[in-house]
Design a binder for this molecule. Structure first.
Ligand SMILES: CC(C)(COP(=O)(O)OP(=O)(O)OC[C@H]1O[C@@H](n2cnc3c(N)ncnc32)[C@H](O)[C@@H]1OP(=O)(O)O)[C@@H](O)C(=O)NCCC(=O)NCCS
Length: 161
């Protein structure tokens, strides 16, 4: 089995990231401008999962230092690469980066009908802390899921590079 590497994305990853967007989110995909902005802004970042030089997964994140909170806007893995732990790896790297920013909480919204994503987040210790009606459009509600980021409890070590 080929090794999957997870690292911070740069603009050279844009074509691979857009493929993930198209294949995983279809008409709800982020635009190229939005993905580029996630890569380039100081208060956002993107993690990519790379297998054999191809982008097979991504996670888009936002940092709110004011609220001491990291927000995960999306996690996605290409259909052919799922159920191999890549989603977990992406989440772990997002959390590691949040910790490096000194953030205390990781927060995300997820479609109440997205069982795979809810199972992924629960497997990493996220809990449902609320619901936002019509978050994704009329009749499509979102759960708010959160996880406190305590390095001593999560076992996450903070690398400096
Ligand atoms: C959600 C998603 C990112 C999971 O990626 P993945 O690489 O398959 O996840 P992992 O292999 O790390 O799974 C970790 C755990 O999550 C849970 N899980 C993941 N997919 C699941 C599924 N389809 N059904 C049930 N549980 C699931 C399981 O507990 C799994 O552990 P296991 O394989 O040992 O049982 C992927 O299904 C995806 O890209 N979906 C489309 C995009 C999306 O909806 N993203 C989330 C909202 S932004």
């Amino acid at each position: 089995m080929l090794a999957v590497i997870v690292r911070t994305a740069d603009v050279r990853d844009l074509p691979g990231l857009l493929r993930i967007e198209e294949e995983c989110f279809g008409i709800e995909m982020f635009s190229a401008d939005t993905v580029r902005s996630f890569i380039e802004r100081n208060d956002t970042f993107v993690m990519v999962a790379i297998e054999a030089d191809d982008v097979v997964g991504s996670a888009m994140c936002m940092i709110s230092e004011e609220r001491q909170e990291g927000r995960i806007a999306s996690v996605a893995v290409l259909p052919g690469s799922r159920r191999k732990g890549t989603g977990v790896r992406l989440l772990e790297e997002c959390e590691r980066k949040f910790l490096r920013f000194g953030l205390e909480m990781s927060t995300l919204e997820v479609d109440v009908a997205n069982g795979a994503a809810i199972a992924l987040y629960e497997s990493k210790g996220y809990e449902i802390n609320g619901m936002i009606r019509d978050f994704y459009g009329l009749g499509r509600d979102a759960y708010v899921m959160q996880k406190p980021l305590h390095p001593e409890k999560t076992g996450i070590s903070i690398r400096t590079s």
